[in-house]
Design a protein. Structure first.
Length: 408
């Protein structure tokens, strides 16, 4: 009996520590995701307050993604040279300062620079959170832990974006960035107290060798096919996503105070459907389900970008379907891409794939901005062409996915 009791107590303590760690990591991911997501619905506020065009707004969105892509590429060969906890908290602090600078920016240029700085550290944070989960959680329980941290996206959509928009409406566009900076500061303190240190990965591997290994992983043909698939998927959604709020207000006739409903309902729906899509993908095949969801996503993509003035209920039905299918593509995609590489190369490959994803997001938002213009009376034109481009990329991704070989 005493032996059994001695075994149970440490396990209970370990479980509590693990839950606390995952909660803090989910909070860090929430700050990073919200900081990225909030720029898109803030479009009307920024265009009005700063006197910028839709093309300049596209630059603001893209600067974060481009910076995150560069940061991920630079971090890949050196990240394993630092203790995880201290490195994460250091870049989290830098991220909080950069986000505060966004709130303090007096004009377009300073905001553009601040968004780029936030992207550098935000991109590093996202990669580090998943690295710590992989280091800390045994493989047999890692998917559940990853899913727990990944709920940051749904929570950002359900609560973070609507709350941020309410704050922006009441106190100005700077308010959401101040909120994120304050929340980040609190989480840094909790992270310092509760996160364990990770030293097991530290070794004497030379940086030059690490860079050569990274290049070898990047140029392997199947890895390149998988990264191209990721790029096609991002272009199939992110050409459209940054401009939904602008189009909803200017062309559909949705009131500014109704915009939070789009993100609340969309986030709530994906919280349920993402797990359902994952179950179906395991049962019927990930490639088959990816093709079904990617082709299906063309319907709401074309509706969102071409429909005119409709009722709020109709618009919410369309945008919720958009959230479900466009985000649903990512569930089988991540499983396919993660299995396209041998396990011993997966860390380096997924870091590179994250860089491709960030770069694609920035390019896609820029492509959308090329087609879209705002007439003197405030109407958005050219959005239909953006929807057509996104639909074509979804079809291309559905055709290309069969070329990616499963190696795991």
């Amino acid at each position: 009996m005493p032996d059994d009791h001695q075994r149970v107590i440490p396990q209970a303590v370990l479980a509590r520590n693990e839950r606390a760690m995952l909660l803090i990591l989910a909070g860090i991911q929430f700050c990073h995701v919200l900081d990225f997501m909030i720029m898109m619905p803030l479009g009307p506020f920024l265009i009005s307050a700063l006197g910028i065009s839709t093309h300049e707004f596209a630059l603001l969105v893209a600067s974060y993604s481009f910076s995150a892509a560069v940061a991920g590429l630079m971090m890949a060969p050196i990240v394993d040279r630092f203790e995880r906890k201290r490195f994460l908290l250091a870049i989290f602090l830098a991220f909080a300062v950069a986000t505060l600078l966004c709130a303090l920016s007096p004009g377009f240029i300073t905001l553009l620079l601040a968004r780029g700085l936030a992207g550098i550290f935000g991109g590093m944070m996202g990669a580090m959170v998943h690295t710590i989960v992989a280091d800390a959680i045994p493989f047999e329980r890692r998917a559940k832990a990853t899913g727990y941290v990944a709920t940051a996206f749904s929570v950002s959509s359900i609560a973070g974006v609507p709350l941020s928009l309410l704050m922006a409406d009441a106190m100005g566009w700077q308010a959401p960035f101040l909120f994120i900076a304050l929340l980040s500061s609190a989480l840094i303190w909790f992270g310092y107290k509760a996160l364990p240190e990770f030293h097991g990965h530290l070794n004497a591997r030379e940086e030059g060798r690490a860079i050569r290994q990274m290049i070898a992983v990047a140029i392997e043909p199947n890895h390149m096919k998988a990264m191209l698939l990721t790029g096609l998927v991002i272009f199939g959604g992110f050409t459209v996503i940054p401009y939904i709020t602008l189009y909803a207000i200017a062309n559909v006739g949705i009131a500014g105070d109704q915009i939070p409903l789009i993100y609340f309902l969309g986030g709530a729906a994906t919280f349920i459907t993402a797990r359902l899509i994952g179950t179906l993908a395991d049962r019927f095949g990930k490639i088959l389900l990816f093709r079904v969801v990617a082709i299906g996503a063309c319907v709401p993509v074309l509706l969102v970008t071409n429909i005119g003035a409709v009722s709020l209920v109709s618009w919410l039905l369309i945008t919720t379907l958009f959230f479900i299918l466009v985000s649903g593509r990512m569930v089988p995609l991540l499983a396919i891409v993660g299995a396209a590489v041998k396990p011993q190369q997966r860390g380096a490959f997924l870091s590179l794939n994250a860089t491709v994803q960030s770069l694609a997001m920035g390019l896609a938002s820029m492509v959308g901005g090329v087609f879209i213009t705002q007439t003197p009376d405030g109407v958005i034109s050219g959005y239909g062409w953006v929807g057509l481009v996104a639909a074509i990329f979804n079809v291309m991704a559905a055709l290309w996915v069969g070329r990616v070989a499963i190696r795991d």
